[in-house]
Design a protein around this ligand. Structure first.
Ligand SMILES: Cc1ncc(COP(=O)(O)O)c(C=O)c1O
Length: 390
């Protein structure tokens, strides 16, 4: 089957936060939105069919995963990520952010410290603060076009603050890193030595550009596996975020029981039926669609790279190793963060995510979502060029 990622689907008036909340969020109504991490493509036809079949059945009562669901998850993890999963490790939550909050509540008390590496997906910080935990940040730094971990700072912050939980973003949003084995092993060694539980948010795991490979945190070692929670979802990979469903792996029975208690204390019991059906169909039948999507994303990335080189050479692309979110450095223009944002939103009429939302290290950057049809990406770049071309 061939799949089409270049037809524009009108998303206005469809409850899409990307398109329908512009005025409410202080953006011009005609701003082209390439901010939030969802895609402008319908999901795979194979998933749509499974959803249509469920709709035709017509009954949407309380639901639970069956054996086929677990088999589909296990097969996907094994084939895509070389991760051998046991059924009892698998839990579901209505989203990865929900799982992060469950882990914060399960493994830390009020006032205890949780570490994150900034710049990073902003709900990490917000959820730590909203749950009255102490926010501790270790800044990533950029060297030769790649963002890196300052391991000395990372360990010092753990020791100084008696950190209990570390939330890892792997692959990393927004800096696009796919962490190497040596980097993950060093994280694991430090966290084990200081008894810090690791929550590995691997929601972007299926988007890694050749020749890099995503390494599942729990495949590093038996010790790393016992000391961690790995969170994944078909929601990024297959554009299902609105169905609110994610798949969590916890090997250590004690951690699993504590996580489950915290999750259940929210009142969550059975998963959303449509999320469950879509996830199972994605993992059973979504491979071809995903490889076509990845080819489209790579070609959008090539297009963006060439466009910037030719027309906007002062905007620096941080080459992503993974994710469909690109991290663009505008610092050469010398604008303050708010001047830059104002130019992008009100002059270029583009709605991107401003870098400082991810942490002060992101000042001067903007995050752009390239999971969109080529004509929209081109339009976005033309809008940028109308304001930033010298
Ligand atoms: C790193 C990361 N984690 C979690 C999420 C959101 O996950 P969910 O919608 O399952 O809560 C996103 C969405 O952009 C993300 O980038």
């Amino acid at each position: 089957m061939t799949y089409d990622f270049n037809t524009i689907t009108d998303r206005k008036g469809t409850n899409a936060i990307k398109y329908d909340l512009a005025l409410a969020r202080g953006k011009p109504a005609d701003a082209l939105p390439l901010w939030v991490a969802d895609m402008d493509f319908p999901t795979a036809p194979e998933i749509l069919k499974a959803l249509h079949d469920k709709v035709s059945h017509g009954i949407f009562g309380y639901s639970a995963p069956c054996e086929d669901f677990y088999e589909a998850v296990k097969k996907w993890q094994k084939e895509e990520h070389d991760f051998s999963v046991e059924r009892k490790w698998i839990l579901t939550t209505p989203g990865v952010v929900f799982a992060i909050v469950s882990a914060i509540r399960a493994f830390t008390e009020k006032g205890e410290a949780v570490l994150i590496q900034t710049p990073v997906y902003y709900p990490f910080k917000n959820m730590i603060l909203a749950n009255n935990r102490k926010l501790v940040t270790s800044s990533l730094f950029e060297k030769d076009g790649k963002w890196q971990i300052d391991f000395e700072d990372f360990e010092r912050k753990i020791v100084e603050n008696d950190v209990k939980l570390f939330i890892l973003c792997s692959p990393h949003n927004p800096v696009g890193r796919v962490w190497r084995r040596a980097e993950l092993e060093r994280i694991s060694e430090i966290c084990l030595r200081h008894k810090v539980i690791v929550f590995a948010d691997e929601i972007h795991n299926d988007f890694v550009y050749e020749p890099d490979r995503h390494i599942v945190y729990q495949t590093l070692s038996k010790e790393a596996a016992e000391n961690s929670i790995v969170a994944t979802s078909a929601s990024k990979t297959f554009n299902l975020a609105g169905l609110q469903f994610s798949t969590i792996f916890i090997q250590n029975p004690q951690l699993r029981a504590r996580f489950q208690d915290a999750r259940n204390a929210t009142g969550y019991d059975e998963p959303n039926l449509m999320g469950l059906v879509a996830t199972q169909a994605a993992y059973e039948h979504g491979k071809d669609w995903l490889s076509a999507l990845k080819a489209h994303l790579s070609s959008n990335l090539d297009f963006l790279r060439c466009y910037l080189k030719e027309k906007l050479p002062r905007i620096r692309l941080i080459e992503p190793e993974g994710t469909y979110l690109v991290w663009l450095d505008f610092s050469d223009y010398g604008y303050s963060d708010s001047e830059l944002d104002d130019l992008i939103v009100h002059k270029a009429k583009l709605w991107l995510d401003r870098g400082s939302m991810f942490g002060c290290e992101g000042e001067g950057y903007q995050r752009m979502n390239i999971a969109t049809p080529r004509p929209l990406l081109e339009e976005a770049l033309n809008r940028l060029s109308s304001v930033f071309q010298d």
